[in-house]
Ligand binder design. Structure first.
Ligand code: C2E
Ligand code: MG
Ligand code: MG
Length: 630
């Protein structure tokens, strides 16, 4: 992490400047003063020397040859009009043989360092000796040193003050900015920029040291539904909770970041387990509910994993591979993990094409509804139909909802298409009724996303009933267990409201989701639809037979009706009848078929009824196969 902040900060530059300027000033001041003092002393010494040389010169011209013996007069010339600073000087007259003729102090008596000036003396134009003055510079040096020390001390104090107070603030501001630049405000995790840098570094290091590196791309499932149903504050809270949970999934030297919205990523350095196990360990952490807006909330995620060197050694490519694997995991269902494979590129491309083609499919009128009979197992009469969505693709023919409904959900188009399904199925029932055909009940599947937009959904249902005039009791809504359990308190409220309007509620694919049986008592549902996987295997597996039996008995105990899905064989039918299962659905009883086929069935049944003694409902003849391309 610290590698991110390795750069020359403005505070460091400023600190360097402050110290540099102050130390330069601290040294320049005493040095300048010392230099000026020295110049001054030297000037004074020279003028003194000239004055004394004039006096001594006078003595030489006044008494040639013998001036050397006029020691007293020469000494007087050297000491005459002495200024206070000159009292410590050594003044001497030296002849041309380097003999000292007269001197005010002994040689060497002046304390070093010594400033020395001399001037030559002439006798009748001939060099006769010289006059020398030596002055001690010790005081000047001491003064300069004291001044230098004092100004240095002052400079250090000022620099320390400046760096400790404003610069400290500047540095903390800078640190804050750097933190902001590399972190996500909401969760405090690293952001995409920081992640890319660290991933590049980690990939390069792993390449050099021949180590493995795994990148996990994590995308939350149905995060949008939290935002839509509980508001953005709850969405933020959920993201923070996810970040916190992910923090517990990583080791100290792993990198965890929030890439955007509900996307997170982890770099695992030298993983000790397989790529698949890495993803699954994160999925396990998501099994526990999250606390959002004071309520428990089930939140899943899809994970794509890419590993270096297997999937490339370029950081961008690695992240793209993990992203692709995540998309494939997403397409395969919720809470899934996939490790990247090359063949995935094609499947992602197919998905992108599918999205392009689905855009505008509603406006182009490409959706169709097929209806599958729901049969009373005691009488064999048609009780209702389940409306099943199909997409009439321009070139591929009818496409299965299993293929395109998850795509509509991820594109946010499920609300509009779901509304169309509600309107169209209610309208179809009214059309049949208007033709004098039997009043049936229609079951409509509800996507968890439609259900999560609480108020919109109740309005959507009410709107469809009002527009078409279908009595609410003839509409049954099918919801899955996981839809109800995502936010049980809200679900309870919504189901009560729908039930209050007279709409019947069924739990679809019962037994496959995470169900809390306690809720069956409090949710106002009236039908359990046993998932067809149990019915399919009930004749070959005792366990499945026991599950079917238990569900039927439990439903009976709770006063609910049971519909067995996926009845294909006479044996299954007989076994379910024997168990007391009230309603059945399956290819053995009637395949999903267009409205015209069901209409034919209803007409036939009506004619049969008119010719024979009335039964409790029309018998069912299996409609032709439903040619859905998956
Ligand atoms: P589902 O609600 O459980 O619907 C029953 C599915 O089982 C249908 O598949 C039906 O064709 C199939 N099925 C019924 N009997 C048999 C049988 O005997 N054998 C076999 N092998 N299959 C049988 P379909 O039409 O492909 O729909 C699949 C799922 O798509 C539905 O499962 C439902 O969850 C979803 N779906 C369909 N229409 C809609 C819709 O309008 N809205 C939403 N949100 N989901 C829908
Ligand atoms: Mg269904
Ligand atoms: Mg089902």
């Amino acid at each position: 992490m610290s590698q991110l902040f390795k750069r020359i900060s403005a505070a460091a530059v400023l600190q360097f400047l402050v110290w540099g300027v102050l130390l330069t000033l601290a040294l320049t001041l005493p040095l300048t003063k010392a230099s000026l003092d020295y110049q001054y002393e030297r000037g004074m010494l020279r003028s003194d020397l000239q004055a004394r040389a004039f006096l001594v010169g006078n003595r030489i011209s006044a008494n040639p040859q013998f001036w050397r013996f006029e020691e007293f007069r020469l000494l007087e010339a050297l000491e005459k009009d002495l200024l206070p600073e000159g009292r410590g000087d050594r003044r001497a007259v030296v002849d041309d043989k380097e003999r000292t003729i007269v001197e005010t102090l002994k040689r060497g008596a002046v304390a070093p360092p010594v400033l020395r000036e001399r001037v030559d003396l002439f006798e009748n134009g001939q060099l006769a000796g010289y006059l020398v003055i030596e002055r001690s510079m010790r005081l000047l040096v001491i003064e300069a040193a004291v001044l230098g020390g004092a100004s240095l001390l002052l400079a250090v104090c000022i620099a320390v003050l400046l760096t400790k107070l404003p610069l400290r603030q500047l540095r903390s501001m800078e640190d804050e900015l750097a933190h902001k630049a590399y972190h996500d405000d909401l969760t405090g995790l690293l952001n995409r920029d920081a992640f890319r840098r660290l991933l590049s570094d980690a990939v390069a290091r792993a390449g050099r040291e021949r180590r493995r590196l795994a990148v996990l791309f994590i995308d939350l499932d149905r995060f949008k539904s939290i935002n839509d149903s509980m508001g953005h504050d709850a969405g933020d809270e959920a993201l923070r909770a996810v970040a916190e949970r992910l923090r517990h999934c990583v080791r100290a030297n792993d990198v965890l970041a929030r890439l955007s919205g509900d996307e997170f990523a982890i770099v695992v350095d030298s993983p000790t387990v397989s790529a698949k196990q890495l993803g699954e360990s994160v999925l396990t952490r998501f099994q526990q509910n999250f606390e959002v807006a004071g309520r428990p909330w089930r939140l899943g995620c899809c994970i794509g994993v890419a590993v270096t060197p297997d999937h490339g050694d370029d950081p961008d490519r690695l992240l793209a591979c993990a992203d692709t694997a995540m998309l494939v995991a997403k397409n395969s269902g919720r809470s899934a993990c996939r490790v990247y494979e090359e063949s995935m590129e094609e499947s992602v491309l197919r998905r992108v094409n599918l999205e392009d083609e689905l855009r505008g499919a509603l406006e182009r009128n490409e959706f169709r509804l097929h209806y599958q009979p729901l049969v009373d197992l005691r009488t064999g009469a048609l009780r209702g139909v389940e409306a099943l969505l199909r997409w009439q693709h321009p070139t591929r023919g009818l496409v299965s909802p299993l293929e395109f409904i998850p795509v509509l959900e991820s594109m946010g188009l499920i609300h509009a298409v779901g509304q169309w399904v509600l309107d169209e199925s209610c309208a179809q029932l009214c059309r049949w009724q208007a033709q004098g055909l039997l009043a049936l009940q229609v079951s409509v599947n509800v996507s968890p996303l439609q259900f999560s937009r609480q108020l919109d959904f109740v309005d959507a249902v009410r709107g469809a009933l009002q527009r078409t005039g279908l009595p609410p009791a003839q509409l049954q809504l099918e919801l899955t267990e996981s839809t109800l359990m995502t936010d049980s308190a809200q679900s309870q409220r919504l189901l009560n409201e729908l039930r209050h309007h007279g709409v019947e509620l069924a739990i679809d694919d019962f037994g496959t989701g995470y169900s809390s049986l306690a809720y069956l008592r409090s949710f106002p549902v009236s039908v359990l639809k046993i998932d067809r996987s149990f019915v399919r295997d009930m004749m070959s597996s005792d366990a499945n037979a026991s599950i079917v039996k238990a569900i039927v008995q439990m439903a009976q105990g709770l006063g609910l009706s049971v519909t067995a899905e996926g009845i294909e064989t006479a044996e299954q039918l007989a076994a379910l009848k024997a168990l007391g299962c009230s309603t059945g659905q399956g290819f053995g009883l009637g395949r999903p078929a267009p409205a015209e086929v069901i209409e034919g069935l209803l007409r036939g049944a009506a004619a049969q009824q008119a010719g024979q003694a009335p039964a409790s409902g029309p018998p069912v003849a299996a409609p032709a196969a439903d040619p859905v391309s998956a």
